[in-house]
Design a protein. Structure first.
Lengths: 222, 680
């Protein structure tokens, strides 16, 4: 289904993906749409906020699995610095935790690279028009009830970024440094940095206490 | 055998003080030449003729009596006994009447003495040829046992009796010990659960069989004593030839070592018992000839049953272990394949997306007609690769999701939601029926996983049907209180061969043409079901259709039943009024409201159609405004974006945190609706 563009000026889209072919494919596709313009491309999220500012992008299409800075941290940062910019995840990873992290970091949509290009175009339009956009696969997960995962208001967990909450949950589940790094596609050093940040924000000084905290706060069901 | 004390006759001889024994020449058969009735010449002749020295050498006590029972001669052993026991009898009793002494006996030994006297008299009278008697005698060195044997001989016209007393003390002690031992033996054999038996071979005779033979095998010992072949009569006819052959061969070899056989016997009541019979050969005394077989037969029926059960259990466990090891190895392989496949799928997605973008552009372009089929062909290929990529990415279980609770999913609600999608996959002249009740318990499977699984199954079912046919998606309630829910996809298609069914769950196995099927569908269904600790069962036969059953675990009630959406207003959908500064938050509320069947509008609390739920920013609205809104209607609710403050919380409003997601918003909307409806 195609939504007819009703916007006064084209939507300027910044595409971020480490696959150059994919970026070129998006360029070719967006070139056919009179209401969508490719504002620029990046192959990492390093300097994302600056590029958004420079390019005047109003919508950002973001892959998740890229080298460099953590995507969710970068998204969180973008949301704070440019709240008017609307980010949509475009990824091959359809995972509950990524979906949760993306939404918590301020994403407006979560689309799959398995979707038809028309769906991506339609998603960009919906977000530009003020609606959320999810792939059919993601829509079902988003609408399913979850249990025991919400952060209670007033909890110190609100001090943590979505990535940090994700890592804290994995620590609570007993996963080790290497395991966490493998799961989130980051280096063990990145995991160490996140853990140090978590411990500082929560004023907790050892891993065992961190794990207990995660369980107490309901991040992990036992 | 008992030994009654025979009066020690010689003790009865009065001791004659002062008169010691007549001196005797060493080695000479002693006699008193002066004894009344003695013949002085008799002894010389006797000694000369009868080698008196030999009689003196005997250990037996020997006395010669004349026809009247008078002692006419004694040997050295007789004399020595007398001396040792203080019997200072003149000439060791020579000339005294042996019979008179017996007759004079009194007390407890009198009856034996009388018997002895009677026996000797009858002997001397020629009524008997021999008289024997055993008796006990108190001596200076303690009790002794003797056997008296009296025989008669005639010399010329005169009759004599030779009385011999043999010390059988050691023999009696041995007999006594043997008797004691036998008594103990019999006590033991009577109480043990084994049957002890002894048998001689020449002649064939059962020397002993313990009484337990009747208790254990239902035949009395007397039957076996009477008929040594009785035991073989109860051996099971199927085992009897083997047993006969075995023991026969063993006996023929001389019965070396131990013979053992296990065989069945049929008790008189018809019951069958297993027996372990073992035997040893014992050398018999030379006079008895041949060997004695000595054996033990025990009932090993229960032992065999335990052993069989144990063997069966071991085989079962070994098979299970082998199966587990194969499963582990397979899972290892699958995990490796899964990881590799997931990575491949991910990379494929990154490649295919731009290809599809380019194909879209081509398709929209003014292409020559001749190129259209090429573009269509490319699209078909890319679409197949897209499906393959999606399937490959599902091959690895999400390590982050593993361990998180899945579901709960109410099947009836799920079915209502996915029906259009799944019915689309069963296109053509195929009738797709749903048989899912409303009262089924929730299952612990995420809805999207269930959709993926059923889509795959319905897709397979569709492809198996050539022409018109029928597919049924059916859910059965649990058969036990905590049992799984069974969800089946049943088709009237071509069915699977045995081989296809055996391999159906393996990745990349397909019976369809390559390029038409990835071969991953059923293995993905299997992976989904396994990841929730469920099971999959395939019932299929060629030409008879297929039923694939997913046994899905119930949602754990301790985790709480899923919230039911509030009942829709009979006349209209609840209205959610949105008063949020953030366009994103507004978009979130609208999105969640739409999914919940609620109507989201820009808020106008005082408008013509006031909302049922008001969603506000904590920073933009005041608690008083919220209070006024709530007071206007009992079904009204308020959701506040922002930190929970006392003044808001006291109103009973629902809060959604700054960084909370759609799930928290959904719960808040639901609670706002429900809470108000439930308040007094």
């Amino acid at each position: 289904m195609m939504m007819m563009a009703t916007l006064a000026k084209p939507v300027r889209v910044l595409c971020v993906d480490d696959h150059a072919m994919l970026l070129e494919g998006l360029r070719a596709r967006f070139d056919r749409e009179p209401d969508i313009e490719l504002a620029g491309t990046l192959t990492t999220v390093d300097g994302l906020a600056s590029e958004v500012e420079r390019s005047g992008a109003t919508v950002v299409l973001l892959d998740i699995d890229m080298p460099g800075e953590d995507v969710f941290d970068a998204l969180d940062d973008l949301h704070r610095r440019h709240p008017e910019t609307r980010a949509i995840m475009l990824t091959a990873h359809i995972r509950d935790t990524y979906i949760d992290s993306a939404i918590a970091a301020g994403a407006w949509g979560y689309l799959s690279k398995s979707d038809a290009p028309d769906t991506i175009v339609e998603g960009v339009r919906k977000v530009a028009a003020g609606e959320l956009a999810f792939s059919p696969d993601v829509e079902e997960r988003v609408n399913a009830a979850r249990h025991g995962r919400a952060v209670k208001p007033g909890s110190k967990l609100t001090l943590l970024t979505p990535r940090e909450q994700q890592i804290l949950r994995m620590i609570g589940m007993g996963q080790g440094r290497q395991e966490i790094a493998h799961a989130i596609h980051r280096s063990p050093k990145t995991v160490d940095a996140h853990r140090a940040s978590i411990m500082e924000k929560l004023a907790i000084h050892d891993r065992v206490e961190l794990a207990r905290y995660a369980i107490r706060e309901g991040l992990v069901e036992v | 055998m008992t030994h009654r004390g025979l009066p020690c006759v010689r003790r009865l001889w009065p001791a004659e003080k002062g008169r010691g024994m007549a001196s005797s020449d060493a080695g000479r058969w002693n006699h008193d030449r002066t004894a009344a009735g003695s013949d002085p010449g008799l002894w010389d002749r006797f000694a000369r003729e009868q080698a008196g020295g030999a009689i003196d050498a005997l250990s037996s006590h020997v006395a010669l009596l004349d026809s009247t029972g008078v002692v006419v001669a004694v040997n050295r052993a007789w004399q020595r006994f007398g001396a040792q026991n203080g019997l200072l009898v003149d000439s060791a009793g020579i000339g005294r009447s042996y019979l008179a002494v017996c007759d004079a006996a009194s007390g407890p030994e009198s009856s034996e003495a009388a018997r002895c006297a009677d026996g000797i008299r009858r002997l001397l009278a020629g009524q008997i040829e021999e008289f024997r008697q055993q008796y006990r005698c108190e001596t200076a060195i303690g009790p002794r046992w003797y056997q008296m044997r009296a025989t008669r001989f005639v010399h010329g016209a005169r009759t004599f009796a030779v009385v011999v007393h043999e010390d059988i003390t050691e023999v009696m002690r041995a007999y006594s010990a043997l008797a004691e031992s036998e008594a103990r033996f019999f006590q033991i054999t009577e109480v043990i659960d084994q049957v002890f038996w002894m048998k001689t071979l020449s002649p064939v005779r059962v020397a002993y069989v313990s009484p337990s033979v009747e208790r254990l095998f239902g035949i009395r010992p007397e039957e076996i004593y009477r008929n040594p072949g009785r035991w073989m009569e109860i051996v099971h006819p199927e085992d009897a030839p083997r047993v006969r052959e075995s023991i026969g061969a063993w006996i023929e070899r001389g019965g070396p070592g131990c013979w053992t056989e296990e065989y069945r016997v049929v008790r008189p009541d018809g019951s069958v018992r297993w027996v372990r019979d073992s035997a040893h050969g014992l050398p018999a005394a030379a006079d008895r000839g041949g060997k004695i077989l000595c054996g033990v037969a025990e009932d090993v029926t229960e032992l065999r049953e335990h052993r069989d059960r144990l063997e069966h259990l071991v085989q079962e466990r070994t098979a299970q272990l082998r199966e587990s090891q194969e499963l582990l190895a397979q899972q290892d392989r699958l995990a490796s394949i899964g990881t590799l496949a997931a990575g491949l799928g991910h990379d494929l997605a990154n490649i295919l997306f731009p290809m599809r973008c380019r194909l879209d552009v081509l398709e929209a372009s003014a292409l020559p007609a001749a190129l259209r089929p090429e573009v269509d062909g490319l699209k078909t290929t890319v679409e197949y690769l897209r499906q393959l990529s999606a399937a490959l990415r599902q091959c690895a279980i999400d390590p982050i999701s593993a361990g998180q609770p899945r579901g709960p999913t109410r099947l009836s609600e799920w079915a209502n939601g996915v029906r259009p999608l799944i019915e689309k996959s069963a296109a053509g002249p195929i009738d797709l029926a749903w048989e899912i009740g409303d009262d089924l318990p929730a299952v612990a499977v995420a809805p999207h996983q269930l959709t993926q699984a059923v889509l795959n199954l319905v897709g397979n079912a569709t492809e198996s049907i050539d022409g018109p046919g029928r597919i049924v998606v059916r859910a059965e309630p649990p058969r036990t209180l905590a049992g799984p829910v069974e969800l089946s996809v049943i088709d009237t298609g071509c069915g699977m061969s045995d081989e296809a069914r055996r391999h159906a769950l393996e990745p990349f196995f397909t019976t369809k043409q390559r390029g038409r099927s990835t071969g991953l569908g059923l293995s993905l269904v299997h992976a989904i079901v396994r990841s929730v600790d469920g099971e999959i069962r395939i019932d299929s036969a060629e030409g008879r259709g297929t039923t694939v059953t997913l046994r899905l675990p119930r949602w754990n009630p301790r985790a709480g039943e899923p919230d039911r959406p509030p009942a829709a207003h009979p006349h209209r959908a609840a209205i959610v009024g949105v008063s949020l500064a953030s366009p994103r938050r507004s978009a979130m509320v609208r999105h969640v409201a739409a999914a919940m069947g609620l109507r989201a509008v820009d808020s106008d609390p005082d408008g013509a159609e006031p909302p049922d739920i008001w969603v506000v920013d904590e920073s933009a609205a005041s608690p008083d405004a919220a209070r006024d809104f709530l007071a206007a209607g009992p079904e009204r609710g308020v959701v506040v974006f922002g930190p929970a403050r006392m003044d808001w919380t006291a109103l009973g409003v629902e809060h959604v945190g700054e960084e909370e997601g759609l799930d928290a918003l959904r719960r808040a909307l639901r609670q706002a609706r429900r809470g108000r409806m439930n308040s007094p």
